[in-house]
Design a protein. Sequence first.
Length: 130
Amino acid sequence: MTPFDESIVEEFVIEAKEHLERVERDLLSLEKSKDALNYDKINEIFRGIHTIKGASGFLGFIKIGELSHIMETLLAMIRAKEAIPEGKHFDSLLKGVDLLKTMIDDTGSSNAMDISNVHSVLSSLINKKP
């Protein structure tokens, strides 16, 4: 557990859950959209994940930070038009959201949780490996 006052951790959990609900909603909306990619939504998703990454690092939630960092990297590539998101991008980001939710529901055990599968898939997308 972190050395921080429990109220700070509780506030992090509340805010992170709010961000993840918006991120999930926006990712699902983008995935269903057949029109041009909505970069305003991509920017909002990026900011939500970025906020979780920053706060988790401050609080010592290393694995939450690692997972949100790699998600942020893929989102940054999409924002910069270095990656054109397809179903596999959305699926991987949504799996990341699900795993982040699990970790945030149990911050005390989050540093011991296995993120390797989701991290590996996201890393492959970033490195443009099939």
